[in-house]
Design a protein. Structure first.
Length: 272
């Protein structure tokens, strides 16, 4: 019997997840269907319960429902519990709804495996203190960077986020102004600024020699952040397309117990 999965969000028509999971299923021989599901802004929990009642096996969750998914889940992985956001739901046979957050694993795997850049001993800057940043902090800290700084337009949010994760590694939070005269080996944009062609107030000399600039957003051509990074000495540039595929692979592994190959799927998406 074919197992049903979907990605749920609002809006959802732009999602590449159905194509990604169709490729994963073909590659691994798994008998599944995967569709995109639009949920009402005020009806997420009801949509999840209906999908579960109809025999659905799992859901990916995208904006703006990740924090609501955290509340809908009846059991959470450690990384989802800390993130207070869920992007993957698995419906167990006993009715349990397992909530996980695979975003951080997708990010770290893309950077370390696909781009060949290690986090260990590196100075890492994370821009933003919203849900996207929160979802990747634990996996980032588990990679053992020498230091991890969070910068945000509202410094208090960055400080609070750093305090929340302080027991897991060397982490600090504050304003962009605090970055003056400091350099980082890996600079990650977890803000939504690129969606509106904007750029956070990042000092131009923030990129260390050989630095990676990574934007969790993706699109045709370089985002404003990556253009800025290229103009100011970043040696390596990457957008979030690889992260999208890698976090999807983590979800697929949770659901099906098999990890698909991601490189062919990344290559296909880049060629579209």
């Amino acid at each position: 019997m074919t197992d049903r999965y979907a990605v749920v969000g609002n809006p959802i028509g732009h999602s590449k997840s159905p194509l990604i999971h169709a490729e994963f299923a073909r590659q691994t021989g798994q008998d599944i269907t995967y569709t995109a599901m639009l949920a009402p802004l005020d009806g997420f929990a009801m949509a999840v319960k209906a999908f579960q009642a109809e025999g659905g096996r799992g859901l990916n969750v995208t904006v703006p429902f990740k924090q609501q998914a955290w509340k809908v889940a009846t059991r959470l992985t450690d990384r989802a519990q800390l993130a207070e956001a869920v992007n993957t739901l698995k419906f167990e046979a006993d009715g349990t709804i397992l909530g996980d957050n695979t975003d951080g694993a997708g990010l770290t795997r893309d950077i370390s495996e696909n781009h060949g850049i290690s986090f260990e001993g590196k100075r890492v800057l994370l821009m933003g203190a919203g849900g996207a940043a929160r979802g990747v902090l634990l996996p980032l800290l588990l990679q053992k960077p020498a230091q991890l700084a969070i910068a945000n337009r509202t410094p208090e949010k960055a400080v609070e986020l750093a305090r929340h994760f302080a027991s897991y590694g060397q982490i600090e939070g504050g304003s962009y102004a605090r970055l003056a005269d400091r350099q980082f080996d890996i600079v990650i944009n977890a803000t939504s600024a690129s969606l509106s062609d904007q750029l956070p107030p990042l000092p131009p000399d923030v990129f260390a020699e050989g630095a990676l600039a990574y934007d969790m957003m993706y699109g045709k051509g370089l985002t404003p952040f990556l253009q800025f990074a290229q103009a100011n000495g970043a040696e390596h540039l990457a957008d979030g397309l690889g992260m999208l595929v890698e976090q999807a692979a983590e979800s697929f592994l949770l659901w099906r117990g098999v990890r698909p190959l991601t490189q062919p799927v990344i290559a296909r998406l880049k060629s579209c």
